[in-house]
Design a protein around this ligand. Structure first.
Ligand SMILES: [Zn+2]
Length: 539
């Protein structure tokens, strides 16, 4: 009995760190260091130049530390404290890298993007800068954490301490919010992106929000659309339609010479009979949000407010009896092409987009003949100008603009070199689209051919110190939202009417309806006023 008590007493003596002490240290570290993109963004504001501003920034730092401590107090147990701190440190280090390197912020759609990223994209994003961030901001404290022994103790005194720490942290947080309310509310209202910079709270919030969204949505297959879809009667002698829909990636409208850009980025398309719609806005600022929205009949507002997923343009066209094929040279179709024939054109990695045109005749001819006779919808999903490794998006023979930036750490590049690499990717897209038109011309004996090209979103190339894309739509600069959209041929229909659409304000909302119009498909989802060409079609 006696010896047992001695044994127990010997081990209840605290011979290591209390989990709460580790929680306090980790909170202070994360609030101070991996949050430097937030501190940097706050300190360059004119509002923070005064002494009052410095006090506000300091108070804001303490608020984040208190928030993290409140969270960690829940996990301040011998078994859980180390893994939870490790997770926060890693999330914070990765967050720091992407916010600090690219000026992006982390919100729910950015998290969707991260979770849907494929290995090809990941490799482009890996860099020494990332390694350094993770090693310094997470590696060093993790090493110290790993070596720190944790005191053994009874659970109930620890529970008491944790509750006290939780309440104290919440009290400090509330006191700071009250004390700083005036500055806090104006800063957050004037600079709404700040809250997406609070690291790693932004990542955790996005994950929780995402989980809540997916559990709120009823499971099961998407709701069918186009149940009454059918091919509208065609005049005798009119060939069945072949619509080649090219979905661009990260292309900016203002970097197309077709839209007035000073550099010759459209050397081949300039010679074509095509129309460039100059005022087109994207649905989202990243692929994961734009792509499903572009193919939806609901439009941006309806798509974002939906409580069920619906089928899309591809399903409807297939249901109307036409042949559909999705050819991909990117991270896949985000579920859009699940119910129609689809193929990944790139066997290896980093294929140029013209890979999608190789063997395309055989691919089209393999689609059901009866469906092909009614019409064909082909989608090419480009790699386009996908960053940050723009220099990988053009082959050596198509680099008119040199020198190119050769790193993924964009702000280390000379801005002119960065834009050179980007513009070379646009020149490559120009070539691919010209090749696609040449192919369509060869199919004109069998089909009434149309090419419609539109990018999924734009890109920031250092304007306002921003890079890449994916800012929340309301905060995103025009460079991330203004996208190129091209139609070929522009003549052969009602040419002057089509040309008059050049400056009409359009958006991704028009893609679904314009495509149905081109294909001559009638369905209750079709809205003529959203068909960019409806007014030009003879009744
Ligand atoms: Zn994209």
């Amino acid at each position: 009995m006696n010896s047992r008590r001695t044994f127990a007493e010997g081990h209840t003596a605290p011979t290591g760190w209390n989990p709460l002490t580790l929680a306090v240290l980790a909170s202070a570290w994360i609030a101070a260091l991996p949050n430097w993109p937030l501190w940097h963004a706050l300190l360059v504001l004119p509002e923070t130049a005064s002494l009052r501003g410095s006090l506000f920034v300091t108070g804001f730092g303490l608020m984040i530390a208190a928030m993290l401590l409140a969270l960690l107090a829940l996990f301040a147990w011998r078994i859980t404290i180390k893994p939870v701190i490790a997770l926060l440190l890693l999330a914070a280090a990765f967050g720091e890298h992407f916010m600090g390197s690219y000026g992006v912020v982390i919100d729910t759609t950015m998290m969707v993007n991260v979770l849907q990223t494929d290995p090809r994209e990941v490799r482009d994003l890996l860099s020494w800068r990332l390694l350094a961030s993770v090693a310094l901001l997470a590696g060093v404290p993790l090493l110290l954490l790993w070596r720190a022994p944790i005191a053994r103790g009874r659970w109930w005194p620890q529970a008491g301490r944790n509750v006290v720490a939780l309440l104290a942290a919440l009290l400090v947080l509330a006191a700071l919010v009250l004390a700083l309310f005036a500055d806090l509310s104006t800063t957050m209202r004037n600079h709404r992106s700040m809250r997406y910079l609070i690291n790693p709270v932004n990542s955790l919030y996005a994950l929780v929000d995402l989980a809540a969204q997916s559990s709120a949505k009823p499971a099961g297959p998407p709701l069918p659309i186009g149940l009454d879809a059918h091919i509208a009667p065609r005049a005798a002698g009119v060939l069945p339609p072949l619509l080649l829909l090219v979905i661009g990636e990260t292309a900016r409208a203002d970097h197309f010479s077709l839209n007035g850009y000073a550099r010759p980025t459209n050397p081949e398309l300039t010679a074509q009979d095509l129309l460039s719609f100059r005022d087109v806005m994207s649905c989202g600022t990243n692929t994961a949000s734009s792509l499903p929205c572009m193919f939806s009949h609901l439009g941006k507002s309806g798509y974002e407010a939906r409580d069920r997923d619906h089928e899309n343009l591809l399903d409807l066209v297939q249901r109307a009896g036409m042949a559909v094929l999705w050819i991909d040279n990117q991270a896949g179709c985000k579920g859009l092409c699940d119910r129609v024939p689809h193929v990944d054109a790139c066997a290896g990695d980093d294929c140029m987009d013209d890979t999608m045109l190789q063997g395309i005749d055989a691919r089209v001819d393999a689609l059901p003949a009866a469906a092909r006779a009614r019409g064909v919808l082909l989608v090419l999903h480009q790699m386009g100008s996908h960053g940050p490794a723009y220099f990988k998006r053009s082959p050596p023979q198509r680099k008119p603009f040199v020198p190119e930036c050769k790193t993924s750490v964009l702000q280390q590049c000379d801005r002119a070199a960065l834009i050179n690499g980007y513009d070379n990717s646009i020149v490559t897209t120009d070539h691919v689209l010209a090749q696609a038109i040449a192919w369509l011309k060869r199919r004109q004996s069998n089909y009434d051919t149309t090419l419609l090209y539109v990018s999924d979103h734009g890109e920031s190339l250092g304007e306002h110190s921003l890079y890449l894309h994916g800012l929340p739509y309301g905060l995103a600069p025009i460079e991330q939202r203004h996208v190129p959209m091209l139609l070929w041929p522009a003549t052969g229909r009602n040419a002057s009417c089509v040309r008059a659409q050049q400056n009409t304000a359009l958006s991704h909302d028009n893609l679904f309806h314009t495509s149905l119009g081109v294909l001559g498909i009638a369905a209750s989802e079709y809205i003529p006023k959203l068909d960019a060409l409806a007014s030009c079609r003879a009744p």
